[in-house]
Design a protein around this ligand. Structure first.
Ligand code: SF4
Ligand code: FES
Length: 253
């Protein structure tokens, strides 16, 4: 009888935010098209490490399982990406799983992405339409603009661009590429443009555009192919114009 094929994982674990990390090795039965999340589920079903010792189940986040929500991001074989779309057959073994280091670890591979969500709040990454009555249909956008804005709207706040940026870390207040690109998206919308000056002034301040070192890792790492460096270049132009307006005391539009 032939021996069952297995997949080896080396997983960086951590019991809570402040405890030290350690590595634990696991062996999971192989099956075609196995992805990293399915392997983690297998370990959770039977939490026994490679030495045969009973251990605690691995903690990680997931939601959509189809690379849409961004929750399952982790560092796989040294590269930040989504674990739901990481196919074991395409990975070198042993497969190393680590939490993204830009964000605090909650437990094991589960991280706290609040830093990114707080930045989205800071730059008002939304269109203010709250009210007590129906505002009717919104203004139309030119098709050419709608097309590039749609590309920016694909951001799933996965955090991979922040993880790959050398200027986003625990010692820096840089908000990072994703929130910057969302400023461009919401400023492009005819209704969102009402807060354009406010958003631009926010990114002209602490933690904003000036912290970008133009490393360009973000645009290569983004799983959604979002043109992050194009957004940053466009915002550099927009903030320069905003500075002139501020200097000459013109309006805030
Ligand atoms: S811009 Fe791309 S890499 Fe960055 S958070 Fe959004 S989807 Fe993820
Ligand atoms: S579970 Fe949603 S992106 Fe992976």
């Amino acid at each position: 009888m032939s021996e069952q094929k297995t997949v080896t994982f080396i997983i960086t674990r951590q019991d809570d935010t402040n405890s030290a990390s350690y590595q634990e090795e696991f062996e999971v039965p192989y099956r075609p098209n196995l992805n990293v999340i399915a392997a983690l589920m297998e370990i959770r079903r039977n939490p026994v490490n490679k030495k045969g010792e009973k251990t605690t189940p691995i903690a990680w986040d997931m939601n959509c399982l189809e690379e849409v929500c961004g929750a399952c991001s982790m560092v796989i074989n040294g590269r930040p990406r989504q674990s739901c779309s990481a196919i074991v057959d395409q990975l070198e073994q042993p497969i190393r799983l680590e939490p993204m280091k830009t964000f605090p670890v909650v437990r094991d591979l589960q991280i706290d992405r609040s830093r990114m969500f707080d930045s989205l709040k800071k730059v008002k990454a939304w269109i203010p339409i709250d009210g007590t009555y129906d505002l009717g249909a919104g203004p139309r956008m030119p098709e050419v603009k709608r097309q590039w804005a749609y590309e920016l709207s694909k951001c799933m706040t996965c955090g991979v661009c922040l993880e790959s940026c050398p200027n986003v870390n625990s010692k820096s207040s840089f908000i990072g590429p994703a929130p910057l690109s969302q400023v461009r998206l919401f400023n492009a919308h005819p209704t969102g443009a009402m807060n354009k000056a406010e958003r631009l002034e926010t990114i002209m301040g602490d933690g904003g555009l000036a912290n970008c070192g133009n490393a360009q890792n973000c645009v290569q790492a983004c799983p959604k192919g979002i043109p992050l460096t194009t957004s940053i270049a466009a915002l550099n132009r927009d903030t320069a114009i905003q500075s002139f307006k501020n200097f000459f005391g013109s309006d805030k539009v």
